[in-house]
Design a protein around this ligand. Structure first.
Ligand code: HEC
Length: 228
């Protein structure tokens, strides 16, 4: 009995010491420069899941600029459509209906925009409300990098490349603003009760809550057709 007692005390001490150590270790890592972080992030993204680096087609700066310009237009177009409807419904003091509107129409809007623009536009996140918006492994990787950048107080910038299937692909960060919190913030503080109830009804496995202003909410992921 007594022997066991001492073993437990020693085990407890060992855990306490190792926890403290790892804490010290974390604090003593020298801060990376912004250039170093940028370089690391670029390498992570370019690495992709291409097995042979020679398979990776590189996007020229001119192409990047052109695709980005088109993508920004598409994302803005989609955002404006969402916002206009939401604002109207809020002004009529019907947040429950605004939510229902998103539920029924968000994917339909992105689908019809995709057709109109001749490129696939998708909204995705690492914490999903609608499972149909599930990210691909590449999209997950991009979001991981954007989140790290925000953690280091850097503003994430859109990223574009030829993806692992050879499509021109643009990823634009979506940042949480104050006005998003009433549907994506803290359910005990930011989200009104009507909305909490509606969310529980429409999205029983909702993960898109507890966001804060400035967090990465997700990305616009825009895939262009291959050039002939
Ligand atoms: C009226 C409530 C409401 C507001 C306000 C709102 N959203 Fe949402 N959001 C939703 C709903 C509902 C969905 C799920 C839509 C669907 O079913 O496709 C959603 C989905 C999303 C998605 C897609 C990923 C996922 O989790 O399914 C993103 C990204 C997103 N919202 C970002 C934002 C941003 C950024 C803002 C603020 C500018 C915002 N939302 C404001 C209700 C809202």
């Amino acid at each position: 009995m007594k022997k066991h007692f001492w073993i437990w005390i020693l085990a407890g001490l060992a855990v306490a010491v190792s926890c403290n150590r790892s804490k010290d270790k974390k604090e003593s890592v020298p801060a990376k420069t912004q250039a170093e972080i940028n370089k690391e992030n670029d390498q992570r993204l370019e690495g992709d899941h291409v097995t042979d680096p020679s398979e990776l087609k590189v996007m020229t700066p001119e192409e990047k600029e052109a695709y980005l310009k088109k993508s920004k237009k598409m994302a803005k177009n989609a955002f404006d459509i969402f916002s206009a409807h939401l604002t109207r419904l809020f002004n009529e003091k019907k947040p429950g209906e605004a939510l229902e509107y998103c539920h029924d129409n968000a994917l339909r809007i992105t689908d019809s925009l995709s057709k109109a623009h001749g490129a696939e536009i998708k909204r995705t996140s690492y914490r999903l409300r609608n499972k149909k918006n599930k990210p691909t492994p590449q999209e997950e990787r991009v979001m991981e990098v954007f989140r790290k950048q925000i953690l280091h107080n850097m503003k994430p910038k859109p990223y574009m490349h030829y993806d692992n299937e050879g499509y021109p692909h643009v990823y634009i960060p979506i940042i949480v603003q104050k006005k998003c919190l009433m549907c994506h913030g803290d359910p005990n503080k930011d989200i009104p009760e009507v909305i909490n109830e509606k969310l529980a009804e429409l999205y029983p496995s909702d993960k898109a809550i507890f966001f804060k202003e400035g967090d990465l909410r997700g990305i616009w992921s825009i895939k262009f057709p291959k050039k002939k």
